[in-house]
Design a protein. Sequence first.
Length: 430
Amino acid sequence: MKITISQAPNYNEETVTIGAWLANKRSSGKIAFLQLRDGTGFMQGVVAKSDVSEEAFQLAKSMPQESSMYITGKIVEDARSPFGYEMQVSNIELIHEAIDYPITPKEHGTEFLMDHRHLWLRSKRQHAIMKIRNEIIRATYQFFNDGGYVKIDPPILTGSSAEGTTELFHTQYFDEEAYLSQSGQLYMEAAAMAFGKVFSFGPTFRAEKSKTRRHLIEFWMIEPEMAFIDHEESLEIQEQYVSFIAQSVLDNCKLELNVLERDTSKLEKIKAPFARISYDDAVVLLQEKGFTDIKWGEDFGAPHETAIAEAYDKPVFIINYPAEIKAFYMKPDPERSDVVLCADLIAPEGYGEIIGGSQRIDDLSLMEERYQQHDLTGPAYQWYLELRQYGSVPHSGFGLGLERTVAWLSGVDHIRETIPFPRLLNRLYP
Ligand code: ATP
Ligand code: MG
Ligand code: MG
Ligand code: MG
């Protein structure tokens, strides 16, 4: 019977075969311990000289790391193993003998590991992070599908910019100039007017010129957009969504969180509702904390976000930023037009901005005014204006950065480990 490591609990005391790679091994005299991995998990294979052919025993002792094999034996429960089961090996059929494997994560610097990202992904730690990433994606689809949202895919090649022009990737589109999408938002608004509640999940591109541990050049965003939903209602949806993915990771990634030594008591606190602090109050708070560089009207950077979030043990919304530092489409607060109905959701523990969201301008003449101020002209923007001409309604949406969320829930310091093949300043390979 051919099974995967993840199926082992269903085959206790049975003899099975697993296709596996050798992650690690140690041997002493008449016994060899093989750390096996097959993509679904990790498991120890115990090879006793007396249980196998001389050939198989020699193989077990001499096979280099990352050699591949079909390995056969009896599955037995083993309380000491973090995975609960091990195999008492009866035969090994070598598929491919690896040459000397260059990488053992603990002994190399970051640049070396990044150069070998295609191999580094095989490590237990990277495996755990990618499984958590996968769980967040799975839970995202569940949350929005159950909530009656339609998944809509905005274009990647576009002629319009949603978030300003400084971080755009330019590309040739036959005779025209085009950009790689920085955000699907403008298109998602069109989609919300057609389908009511929509969400997207796709890659976005930003030519971020500074090196930080929170910025990738290519990252994945989840962008819900909802018709007939105001700012306050949108904040509640964000709280529910973030709480749901945190709970899903806690429920379904116990092994992975354990491998990463994540303090799960921190994740258990991520439950709606989340606190809110106004931008105005945040500026005062920062000045009190000694940030002399921040004045009203300036955007916050990572150190500011971290300092604001310090007072909270779950995410906190910073609401109502000055209109002048936010995107052109955000709706002004009806009580005071110098701030907009927006929020950034800041994660605790210094992980920074996870979500940016807002209620959108629904008034045609105000949008026309913004077009003038921001010099938005031509066919790339005309269509978006038309959304305000045909049954304009209050609507809101937000964008959650997947990799920031993976970093936070996994407890990983640097965003480069949260995506299979990170694109960073000065790194396009592998
Ligand atoms: P920041 O202030 O950290 O640069 P932003 O305000 O430019 O982020 P938004 O345009 O609001 O980002 O995008 C929505 C979300 O996408 C952010 O809250 C964040 O989670 C994520 N995000 C933005 N830029 C990046 C990036 N370069 N790499 C990874 N994730 C990002
Ligand atoms: Mg940015
Ligand atoms: Mg920001
Ligand atoms: Mg933002």
